[in-house]
Design a protein around this ligand. Structure first.
Ligand code: CAA
Length: 383
């Protein structure tokens, strides 16, 4: 039974994230979006606040908080700038989580600690030019070498790709075993033959960096295998279950930001001799937007709560991402409509919300993949 009780700690984290987003993130958000500049200083400050390793144990440099705290912070930061949100989400959910769950103590000391403190940040490399939704079809190969593995291939759409220091890379170590022959490798950026490409010129989340990565005869020693040989696909899928909660919270934040901007604007803009908020046509939009944001919020908090309760959260995470990303797109569109012509120009916030929202329906599993995940879990429940 889902019961939600925010503690004083949750409220404090939400307030800290809200203040941080307003004071440190908002002032440069429009400019960074235009120029596509990575928020280096902001990410450094997020590390100091403990936002880069929120769920990692203090033993390894993290904040030791629960998933609910994480989504509260993600929501507030993404409500101001989803580019900053995704840097945080990938580091927390896809990189730190896998390392804390599967790494040896020596690996945690070497790789997890600097990521959890925010000294450096990480990237997660599963997608390839021909393996996006169909993630089992890894073409990147790892062949046995002396004391380690030699990797060749290409990774695509890698968030934090040009700026990260530590990468979790999936590669096929035994093709005959299909997904059970995929292994996860920890690779530092300065490894010879590991070559992040140029930053993609994206529609949205423009101040985060996304790129392809070429691997040419990249030697990875045995002590940089994460988990067991052949366990990489399991690590990737489990990481993505949590990642989907993070992206759902990012989408929720975008929806909240767009809705709040529209609400405020509706009280300021006058038409027909009164604020447009007094017109029923606008009231209906505001009411619809608020209701969808609230529905998405409950789904996202519920998924985080299920993770915190150590319940099976695969379906809840996929449902939260499916609903929150759809909500982000529809609420951002309506926010533009409420702003009229002003919503269509870059000086106002809301067009960025729409551009940023769209990716939440694509990365960390498209909406179509979320439907598959949900349906499979439903069928398992009745089997
Ligand atoms: N959680 C845990 N395990 C899962 C899982 C889940 N959600 N989904 C599948 N698995 C396991 C299955 O149990 C199975 O394991 P076993 O055979 O050992 O029992 C294995 O994975 C293969 O599953 P299927 O046989 O069902 O494989 P499939 O090919 O039919 O479907 C899929 C797999 C669900 C479609 C999967 O490929 C998938 O999730 N695709 C989407 C990939 C994705 O989200 N990519 C995003 C990349 S990250 C990113 O976006 C970039 C970034 O930087 C932010």
């Amino acid at each position: 039974m889902f019961t939600l009780q925010l503690t004083d700690t949750h409220e404090m984290i939400r307030q800290t994230a809200r203040d941080f987003a307003r004071d440190e993130v908002a002032p440069t958000a429009i400019e960074r979006d235009k120029s596509g500049t990575f928020p280096h200083d902001i990410v450094k400050k997020m590390g100091e606040l403990g936002f880069m390793g929120m769920m990692v144990s203090p033993e390894w440099g993290g904040s030791g908080l629960d998933a609910l705290s994480y989504v509260l912070a993600m929501e507030e930061i993404s409500a101001v700038d989803a580019s900053v949100g995704v840097v945080m989400s990938v580091n927390n959910s896809l990189v730190c989580w896998g390392l804390e769950t599967y790494a040896t103590d020596a690996q945690k000391e070497r790789w997890l600690r600097p990521l959890a403190t925010g000294e450096v940040h990480g990237a997660f490399c599963l997608s390839e030019p021909e393996a996006g939704s169909d993630a089992t079809q890894q073409h990147t190969v790892a062949e046995r070498g002396d004391g380690g593995w030699i990797l060749n291939g290409t990774k695509n759409w890698i968030t934090n790709g040009t700026t990260a220091s530590t990468y979790l890379v999936m590669a096929q170590t035994n093709r005959e075993l299909r997904h059970r022959g995929i292994t996860c490798f920890i690779i530092p950026k300065d490894t010879p033959g590991f070559e992040p490409g140029l930053k993609e010129d994206k529609l949205g989340i423009r101040s985060s960096d996304t790129c392809s990565i070429g691997l040419t005869n990249v030697f990875v020693p045995d002590d940089q295998v994460l988990g067991e040989v052949g366990q990489g696909f399991k690590i990737a899928m489990e990481s993505l279950n949590g990642g989907r909660i993070g992206i759902a919270a990012q989408a929720l934040g975008i929806a909240k930001g767009a809705y709040e901007a529209a609400l405020v604007y509706s009280t300021q803009r006058k038409a027909f001799g009164k604020p447009i908020a007094d017109l029923q046509a606008i009231q209906m939009k505001i009411a619809e937007m608020a209701t969808s944001v609230e529905a998405a919020r409950w789904m996202v908090y519920r998924a985080a709560w299920m993770k915190d309760q150590h319940l099976n959260y695969i379906k809840s995470a996929a449902q939260a991402k499916l609903l929150a990303s759809k909500t982000a797109v529809s609420v951002a569109l309506e926010a533009i409509q409420v702003h009229g012509g002003y919503g269509y120009v870059r000086e106002y916030l809301v067009e960025r919300f729409l551009r940023d929202a769209k990716i939440t329906e694509i990365y960390e599993g498209t909406s179509e993949i979320q439907h598959i995940v949900i349906a499979r879990e439903l069928l398992k429940e009745i089997a």
